[in-house]
Design a protein around this ligand. Structure first.
Ligand SMILES: [Zn+2]
Length: 431
């Protein structure tokens, strides 16, 4: 089997998975909604919700089919051999050319899909407030930094690949030496992730205009943080109203600084108790303490170090994969973008499962944050807010358990309201 066939095969598996998720969701939506979320939608609004689901699903399938066709043409084009010749065999230049072209193609596809979704689907249902200019600006602010990050990561892989023989004295490191090197590589990746978080924060600050929140509401919110080990550096109101009708508040979390952002939409349409309910939830995130789920995350990092160390100690498998990718594309040298993306395509089921585990951890934290709002006495207000937000934003109130487990980083409304009500019952009975 050639590398191209493997990549296309994994794409087909991905499409089949998307189709299964869609079928499960579709079947779930035909069932009567559970009592706890039965009053979210009236018949007309629910019909509108089903319509937007169908429209988005159709647009997504067209996008995926188009993406698959482009991928197939691209993989069998002479582009990679041309890139190698154009770069005169310089691996870093090969990475630059390959990565840039792939990013531009992906960006054009995503732009067309996002544009259609934002203006033709969401716009038709009143879910978009952006004009074309704002959309393009946001798109560039989202995509350019992530393209740059992808390029940086590929160049880092090339750098590691080119220096590995020298760092390991021709692959003769002992097990402990290989573990030390693997740990340093993972640390390097963590530093890149840290820089990326910083860039994302700067981007967010450019996408919105922030106004510091002052007055009695600010004092009340700060009161919630009294018993928190982490300090809230600042509370801002951000102008979400220029983009969407979304009602939200979020804890913007950097390793050295925590900020609370509240959407202007929310302050305009909520009474004070609702604001305090939602803010309590965000303070719940601020108060999060190290738990078993975090420990599992560290375990996962340790396992990654072990796998990389094993590959450093026994590199023949990597050499074989590299030679196979090179032969598949008829190349003379290593194209690190192709090598990395082929390996990632083969590992997609594994990364999908790891992402599902990550989502489970994130949902666990959402439940934990909701319990803080219940502790502060806002169970009813938080539940009402979640329902109103779902109604306004046309959200799936009862996602299929499999789809939720695999795809969602927030609990579905049905399970979330149930957990809030159970926490409230436990609070009343004094447990
Ligand atoms: Zn949350």
């Amino acid at each position: 089997m050639s590398a191209q066939i493997l990549v296309l095969l994994m794409s087909v598996v991905g499409l089949a998975y998307d189709w299964v998720c869609w079928r499960l969701s579709d079947r779930q939506q035909r069932e009567p909604t559970p009592d706890i979320v039965a009053d979210v939608y009236d018949a007309d609004r629910y019909a509108e919700y089903l319509q937007i689901c169908a429209e988005e699903c159709r647009a997504y399938l067209v996008y995926k089919a188009f993406d698959f066709a482009i991928l197939a043409c691209f993989l069998y084009s002479p582009f990679f051999a041309w890139a190698e010749r154009a770069a005169a065999g310089n691996v870093y230049l090969v990475v630059l050319i390959t990565s840039l072209v792939m990013c531009v193609i992906a960006d054009v596809e995503v732009f067309v899909y996002d544009h259609y979704d934002t203006f033709h689907i969401e716009g038709a249902h009143g879910l978009n407030h952006m004009d074309g200019r704002e959309f393009v600006r946001d798109f560039l602010l989202d995509e350019l930094p992530s393209d740059l990050l992808v390029l940086l990561l590929y160049e880092a892989v090339a750098f590691v690949g080119e220096h590995m023989a020298a760092w390991t004295d021709g692959y003769t490191l002992s097990a402990s030496g290989a573990s030390g090197l693997a740990a340093r590589l993972v640390l390097g990746a963590a530093l890149i992730a840290f820089a990326a978080a910083l860039v994302r924060y700067r981007v967010l600050r450019r996408q919105y205009t922030l106004t510091p929140l002052e007055g009695p509401l600010r004092d009340k919110i700060m009161g919630f943080t009294k018993d928190s080990r982490k300090r809230l550096a600042k509370i801002y109101v951000y102008d979400e109203s220029k983009k969407s009708p979304e009602l939200n508040a979020m804890l913007v979390s950097l390793p050295w600084r925590k900020e609370l952002w509240i959407a202007d939409n929310a302050l305009d349409s909520w009474d004070e108790r609702t604001v305090l309910a939602v803010v309590s939830h965000e303070i719940g995130h601020l108060k999060h303490r190290f738990d078993l789920v975090d420990a599992a995350g560290y375990l996962q990092t340790a396992a990654t170090v072990a796998v990389i160390a094993a590959l450093i100690a026994h590199p023949s498998v990597v050499f074989e994969i590299e030679a196979w990718v090179r032969a598949s594309y008829g190349l003379e040298g290593c194209n690190y973008v192709l090598l990395t993306s082929t390996v990632l395509a083969a590992l997609r089921p594994v990364t999908k499962l790891l992402r599902a585990l990550g989502n489970a951890a994130k949902r666990h934290r959402e439940y934990e944050a909701d319990r803080e709002a219940v502790r502060n006495g806002y169970a009813a207000e938080l539940s009402e807010f979640l329902k109103e937000a779902a109604r306004k934003e046309l959200v799936n109130v009862d996602p299929h358990p499999f789809v939720e487990a695999m795809e969602d980083d927030h609990p579905g409304l049905c399970r979330r309201l149930t957990a809030i009500s159970e926490a409230e019952d436990r609070k009343i009975s004094g447990e």
